[in-house]
Design a protein around this ligand. Structure first.
Ligand code: GDP
Length: 296
């Protein structure tokens, strides 16, 4: 079993028991352990560097109170700082618009967009009691349209059909029109992904964004991508005014470092995490829980 950060710091700090402050000398060694823990949790290197610098600044001079060891005091600082950098508290979806509230889903192929669209349809319908319509603008993979239809039915929401011969903008406009005339609260728009970032995909999703003017533009990213998640997040954030992130596949081995990296790179809140292939596998993102997971 991997040691968690508290255990690692306790080991490093055996000699320092009884010191009353975190100082340059006693934090140096501990910060090396924090750095290792973050890298093992798959936080991207530049993000780790920035983080360590800011923890160092916050930690130095911090009093080690009561029965805490310097190691425990530092874990406290690291934990608070991680939680803060990931947004502090949970971030809600916005519905501050004339219905339908349009939610645009963006991300690479395989990230979990269609599955997450189904999960959101279920969550919006069952938990928030919204009337939900979904539509797929993925004209490149006919199977993608059928897949969205299936998960939408499982979610008990309504599906707006589209055909591979149509163009994505026409599909989007027709779906908005239908959602308006049929009094839907929310329209979830699934989009095409590619295996990597490409110019044509970015132009297409930008055009869809301009047409739809969505209240939420959610970037869906696979937590298992680890370090690569950063490049993908940067490319999408540069192209689209993202309003939030969904981090998928956290039921796997991923330690969750991608959460810190993606938040740091985009500055956008992580709103949900995917924790399974089933439609019930969606949780609201809690920064404090993720901080604990990252620290092991
Ligand atoms: P898309 O290409 O972005 O639409 O991705 P899909 O929604 O088709 O998902 C790709 C694969 O990832 C499918 O096999 C999904 O079942 C799986 N998947 C999606 N989200 C999760 C998740 O949170 N956990 C797990 N374990 N698998 C997921």
């Amino acid at each position: 079993m991997l040691e968690n950060l508290t255990q690692r710091l306790a080991r490093t700090m055996k000699t320092l028991r009884g010191e009353a402050r975190l100082t340059e000398a006693n934090t140096q060694e501990m910060l090396r352990e924090v750095r290792m823990a973050l890298l093992e949790a798959d936080v991207a290197l530049p993000v780790v560097r920035d983080f360590i610098a800011s923890v160092k600044e916050k930690a130095l001079g911090e009093d080690v109170v009561g029965s805490l060891t310097p190691g425990q005091a530092l874990v406290g600082v690291v934990n608070r700082e991680l939680t803060q950098l990931m947004g502090g508290s949970a971030s809600e979806l916005s519905f501050a618009t004339q219905p339908p509230a349009i939610i645009l889903m963006a991300g690479l192929q395989g990230a979990g967009k269609t599955t997450t669209t189904g999960k959101l349809a279920k969550y919006l319908r069952e938990t928030l009691r919204k009337k939900v319509l979904t539509v797929s603008c993925d004209i490149y993979r006919p199977a993608a349209i059928a897949q969205l239809e299936t998960v939408t039915q499982q979610a008990g929401a309504d599906f707006f059909p589209s055909q591979p011969e149509q163009n994505p903008i026409d599909i989007a406009q027709a779906a908005v029109q239908w959602a308006k005339t049929h009094y839907y609260d929310v329209l979830l728009v699934d989009t095409a992904g590619r295996l990597g970032i490409d110019e044509a995909m970015m132009q297409e999703i930008s055009a869809l964004h301009r047409t739809l003017n969505p209240i939420e533009t959610l970037f869906v990213v696979d937590a298992m991508q680890g370090q690569d998640a950063v490049n993908t997040a940067k490319a999408f954030n540069d192209t689209l005014p993202l309003t939030g992130v969904v981090l998928t596949k956290l039921d796997g081995d991923a330690r969750g470092g991608a959460a810190l990296s993606v938040r740091h790179i985009t500055g956008k809140p992580i709103k949900f995490v995917g924790v399974g292939e089933k439609l019930t596998g969606l949780d609201v993102f809690h920064p404090d829980r993720m901080a604990n997971r990252i620290l092991g």
